[in-house]
Design a protein around this ligand. Structure first.
Ligand code: PLP
Length: 441
């Protein structure tokens, strides 16, 4: 163990409580209890803490460590790039080789006519950038009122003010000022309504209804996750993304696919939306682009948006110090090289079947396990009081948190998606390199 004595660990925990304000953590509980776990090292699907206890990382940390922990080739790519040129700016016309090569590579993998990429340092920055680019596109086309963004209930798009406002989970709006901009939330996954079925009792508040009420002339873009992650592993129903895309085309609204979780193989295709063969106008990526080994995100734009933006003859006043970071881009390039070389998508599709076998077993044995689902290795299930009647647990029963806690005691890290009142969803998303024995374990 790194820390030989409990005194040393207590000391570290004391410093943690005193100096480190943690993201997405209950502050009061943290101060009372200290860190749940302090990670020290990782290897494949396993992570080990400072006490030398080893866990299975069943959610790839924040669904991002796709090639697993301790991947030496990614470490080497970062080391070599840092020794050559750790950092350089991409502002004012400056460039670097790794950013250029990664841009070309990502565009070559992307569907349809997605043609260029703007780099960021993560998913929230990508979504904020996507909103700005969408508005800017309409602005340059003389449609200055097209500014509103529609997002979907239960979605997660990030924590900056714009991406946080687009997020459709209330728990992320209680942090001061986190829902300030002009974003309208639509109900989720109502394929029939989006196709125009006004007799559907859920029609009010669907995307189509919002467009009719607000007027297409005021709306810049609609953002969707092909599979909603943090909101509870909700896979877009058949026909839904196509219906949204058609609605966008009908009304001259841009479609943004948030591929921050789904991108780079998580769902068994290179991008989540590829499962439905729909081509968005804008796509945001992050997480899986480097498997979490470096902070990197990007926004892909289609040919029309690119052709419009490149006509602009003043400074494009948007960018981040770490846009096109050479070390992050070197890691991204190596990450994609390994994804392709080792045929990781194939493994994802095979392991999806193994995971489903486990789910079938669980559903057979356990009367509370309902709605088991996975797309690639983005999986989840509901816990219900009575699955035959779709009856949820009483709101006081935090069944998903309970199960996740019990798994943790048995050295398996999972995630509860129980932000929605009365919903108890357990999320599973192991690294994409997971093997059959590890899934069984
Ligand atoms: N979009 C989706 C779908 C996400 O799951 C996340 C993070 O979990 C984000 C955006 C935000 O990314 P980041 O935390 O890198 O800013």
């Amino acid at each position: 163990a790194v820390y030989q004595t409990s005194l040393q660990i207590e000391n570290l925990n004391g410093l943690d409580k005193k100096y480190y304000l943690h993201p997405t953590t209950v502050p009061k509980k943290f101060i009372e209890e200290g860190p749940k776990i302090t990670f020290h090292k990782g290897d494949g699907v396993y992570v080990t803490d400072v006490k030398d206890d080893t866990y299975i990382d069943g959610v790839s940390m924040l669904w991002n460590v796709n090639l697993g922990h301790g991947q030496k080739e990614l470490a080497k790519a970062a080391y070599e790039q840092m020794n050559t040129l750790a950092y350089s700016s991409s502002f004012y016309g400056y460039s670097n080789e790794k950013a250029v090569r990664l841009a070309e590579k990502v565009v070559s993998l992307a569907p349809g006519d997605l043609s260029a990429v703007f780099f960021t340092s993560g998913g929230s920055e990508s979504n904020d950038t996507a909103f700005k680019l969408a508005r800017f596109y309409w602005h340059l086309n003389g449609r200055k009122n097209k500014k509103k963004i529609i997002s979907i209930n239960r979605s997660y798009h990030g924590a900056t003010i714009a991406a946080g406002s687009a997020t459709g989970i209330d728990a992320f709006h209680n942090f001061a000022g986190s829902k300030d901009i002009d974003i309208i939330q639509a109900k989720s996954h109502l394929t029939n309504c989006e196709l125009g079925d006004k007799s559907d009792p859920n029609y009010e508040g669907c995307i189509r209804d919002i467009i009719e009420k607000e007027g297409a002339e005021s709306i810049a873009a609609i953002i969707v996750e092909p599979v909603q992650g943090a909101g509870g592993i909700h896979i877009s129903p058949e026909g839904y993304l196509r219906a949204v895309k058609d609605l966008c085309e009908e009304n001259e609204i841009l479609m943004i696919s948030d591929e921050v979780i789904c991108g780079f193989g998580r769902t068994g295709k290179m991008f989540g939306i590829d499962n439905w063969e729909v081509v968005p106008d804008i796509m945001s990526v992050a997480k899986g682009i480097t498997s979490g080994y470096a902070q990197l995100g990007g926004v892909l734009i289609n040919k029309d948006i690119r052709d419009t933006v490149i006509q602009y003859d003043q400074i494009l006043g948007h960018g981040f110090t770490y846009s096109g970071h050479p070390t992050a881009c070197a890691v991204g390039l190596k990450n994609i090289e390994i994804l392709e070389r080792d045929n990781i998508l194939n493994n994802v599709n095979n392991m999806e079947k193994e995971l489903m076998k486990g789910f079938d077993y669980l559903s057979d044995k356990h009367p509370h396990v309902a709605k088991t689902r996975t797309l690639g290795l983005l999986a989840g299930f509901d816990l219900q009081a009575d699955r035959d009647t779709d009856k949820p647990f009483d709101e006081s029963i935090r069944a998903a948190s309970f199960i996740v806690e019990e798994c943790f005691k048995r050295k398996l890290i999972l995630r509860a998606a129980d932000f929605e009142k009365g919903k108890n969803i357990v999320a599973i998303a192991p690294p994409l390199i997971v093997n059959k024995e590890e899934i069984e374990e």
